[in-house]
Design a protein around this ligand. Structure first.
Ligand code: 2AM
Ligand code: CA
Ligand code: CA
Ligand code: CA
Length: 281
């Protein structure tokens, strides 16, 4: 039996609670109130309700921790070294289209380093969790990244820049370079689950540009605790605020990183994510 620390239990129970509302709303997406944050960037009452539940639950059990949440932004805590990094609904576009690939993602940052994470898919009831030094799990099953080394056998996940964001031409170059070498490419639309699938060995690798800390915080620790590598496009381990993320086992990660590097470096972020200062990781 996998041992869940009190911290993991707190995160898992908050995620389970928030997931009840998401499941209910997923059954009635056509009645959901939806607003637009930017070009093709939607937020629904489901995102907001889930975030309210997570905020209430997590601040009740650890009132001293700060927060970085997708919808609320930064909430300072009295403990300056710990904060929750929360995406209440990762995969909103999928959710709003009735596509069952979305998750709640909760990470814990300590002094700039992600030390624990939980990613919960309410539809499949898969609870992914990891804590620094204790391994990565899905429910009670220990996770290990895939062992494949030959790109020809690998299935690689990515994200496609959406309307109004990102460098589309550079992405197409990256895609061209990668698709010639691999068995298949997938775009499922929820970055947290893409990373969870790398941790579990379903995907051999993953790369995406322009993600935010809440999309990837929990996924970073999951992949690393499953024996994988996660870096930015240059191979640096500080990836939480990086413009591009690459993940896989040691060999696939490096092969994938070198391939996409040939398309050139990602553009500097248009605007900084909701961060007071670039956090070390
Ligand atoms: P979100 O659903 O929480 O917004 C997929 O490429 C990743 O990008 C998802 O994790 C998704 O997180 C994020 N994303 C942000 N804005 C998006 C948009 N307008 N369309 C699709 N994905 C978006
Ligand atoms: Ca969003
Ligand atoms: Ca997200
Ligand atoms: Ca979200």
């Amino acid at each position: 039996m996998a041992f869940r620390s009190p911290l993991i239990n707190v995160m898992a129970s908050a995620a389970t609670k928030a997931a009840r509302g998401l499941k209910r709303d997923f059954g009635e997406v056509e009645n959901l109130q939806v607003s637009k944050k930017g070009p093709s960037d939607f937020v629904s009452v489901a995102d907001q309700k889930a975030e309210d539940v997570l905020f209430a639950e997590l601040s009740r059990v650890r009132p001293e921790f700060g927060f970085l949440m997708e919808e609320r932004g930064i909430v300072e805590g009295s403990d300056k070294s710990h904060r929750w990094i929360v995406d209440p609904l990762d995969g909103t576009t999928n959710f709003l289209h009735g596509l069952p690939q979305f998750a709640i993602s909760i990470g814990v940052e300590r002094d700039g380093d992600v030390i624990a994470g939980v990613i919960y898919n309410p539809i499949t009831d898969e609870m992914y969790w990891a804590e620094k030094g204790n391994g990565a799990y899905c429910n009670d099953r220990r996770l290990r990244v895939a062992a494949r080394k030959d790109l020809k056998e690998c299935v690689i996940a990515t994200g496609v820049p959406f309307h109004g964001k990102g460098d589309h031409l550079r992405f197409l170059k990256e895609l061209g370079l990668v698709m010639r070498e691999v068995a298949g490419i997938r775009r499922f639309g929820a970055a947290s689950l893409d990373l969870a699938f790398v941790a579990s060995g379903r995907f051999d690798g993953f790369w995406e540009t322009d993600l935010q800390p809440w999309d990837i915080a929990a996924g970073i620790i999951l992949v690393r605790e499953a024996g994988g590598f996660v870096t930015d496009q240059r191979g640096a381990k500080k990836v939480l605020n990086a413009p591009e993320i690459v993940a896989g086992n040691e060999i696939v990660h490096e092969k994938l990183r070198r391939l996409i590097e040939r398309a050139g470096l990602p553009p500097k972020r248009a605007k900084k994510p909701a961060e007071p200062a670039p956090a070390a990781e």
